[in-house]
Design a protein. Sequence first.
Lengths: 524, 112
Amino acid sequence: MKDGFRQSMAWLHTWAGLLVGWVLFAVFLTGTAAYLRPEISYWMRPELALSRPGPENAAVAVAAMQAMAPDSPSWFITLPNERETVTRVFWRDPKAQGRRFRDAVLDADTGQPVAARETLGGDFFYVFHFQLHYVGVLWGRWIVSICTMFMLVAIVSGIITHRRIFADFFTFRPGKGQRSWLDGHNVCSVLALPYHLMITYTGLVLFMLMVMPWGIDRAYPGQRAAFNTEAFGNAPPRQRAGTPAPLAAVTPLMEEARQRWQGGRVGRVIVQNPGDAHATIQLIRAESERLSYNQQSLTFDGTTGALIHDSGDSGAAAEVRGVMYGLHIGRFAGPLLRGLFLLSGLAGTAMVATGCILWATKQRQQAARRGAAGFGTRLVEHLNIAAIAGLPLAMAAFFWANRVLPQGLAQRGAWEAHVFFIAWGLCLLHPLLRRGRRAWVEQFAAGALGFALLPVLNALFTTQHLPATLARGDWVRVWFDLGLLGCGALLGLLAWKVARHRPSAPLPRPAAVLALRSLAEAAP
Amino acid sequence: MDVSRAINGTARRTRFRPGAEARCRAGIAMRLLAGVGGGYAVAALFTMALSIGLPMPRAEAVLTATMASFAIYAAAIVWAFAAPGVLRAWAGMAAQAALLLLALFLLEGYLP
């Protein structure tokens, strides 16, 4: 009975993981890249110069919005901070059909739209990791949420399956074929297990009201706004008065917020109904200053500048949700902690990858005993190559597109994404021509070359090359170029390892049974 | 299909019975349905019942219940595959759902 239980869990672990493994791999890797979203965006706009955030940024941005979108019912302004030196704005366009929001990137000091190339920047990876691309916002979010649920089941059943969770922490037996893959999978999983559990569960919580709407629909039938007011202390929306009135100056409000938050910084400004007698100005505290993502905000009357609402402290459950949210996106983390988050994200990526490879290796060994590999095994092997070796290559292609595509190209930002998917699609076709190990080596090597040449490309196409940025002390660009070289080196190492790899003979049966009981017996 | 047998809780001798493979697959499909479909129903009922039943402000109850629902869902799926037999898996799921439904009705005052 006990063994039967463990075997069922092993079965569940294998299939829950394998069925959505490739999606999970992509979500993990792009999600890990999303920790560097502002840095990626900065690197992808080489025209941007280093600048320092100043106290006048908010007033400059509001003036720019008054010139650019005076008729808009709402403006959303993200002020520059220590990681991002531009002001990002988006606003509701009353005249636009379809896409109701328009956006722009502004120079923090002048308020002019920056003359930078059109690019999705780091937002591409960030958005892809929770709603994919091409499939529509809702579809993408549902697909990723369902895959995340599979991930949670795989983690829970994996923990149950795993008897020697602490011993395996220290166990790695390299060069032993299937057993090494199992060890590697265990090390990646156990090493960062709290992180994996945290990131998976909090990922579900982010979209919980979409995936599990039954509670809120029961308690607040058709009153989501009332829920938001009660749960998060958001100010209830104000109706338009219809009489024009000038907007109050924003700089004194910024000062008042700073005093109320004991020196805390404003991260975002939201203006509702600008130019109307019922305008409001909401100041939201910077995300980097708090673990919880629940907004701490002050809402002022937009004409008199009087404080009309303080978000105050939210309840315990709302705070738990805010902390989960904050932990997931990790914007509170300083450089060191962010580095650890990055490493843990990579461990998660490796966990998924080794799990998928382990399954294929195990099938291969059974096939060797039986004679021929079945269609399922070959399909998994094929998809493993395209996902695991292909995705980094596609990411390199995305960065290449950013540098190489002509500046005047219509829809240039969208084309960067198209190039990413074209490259990934080619990686999916490539293993049809070059089987097995060859395909692995070639895709890894191409990815390595792609990343390693990016700093060179950077020097050819822009003035922001490594010596120049070093001389100027633009450390974000310096670290980014070095990081690209590091990615190239890592992929090169993988290519070299795979190329040198000699497949070991199948394990003798008794040893296999002893060592691999938990997982080896699992895969049907 | 070693594990399909383990999953269905049947003995080793099934290997040589005709139709055993098909029964294994049917058993897995039934468990899958119990776990994914039944589990979601249980989690949804759990969320509803707690959202209106927890002794705390309404918004807090909704958040608490919804955040916890994924743990319930995962546990339900694990149960669907851990139960000794397919029937037991379904029975457990149905019993949970019935209990939660009863609690929901009581909380909303439909029953005396």
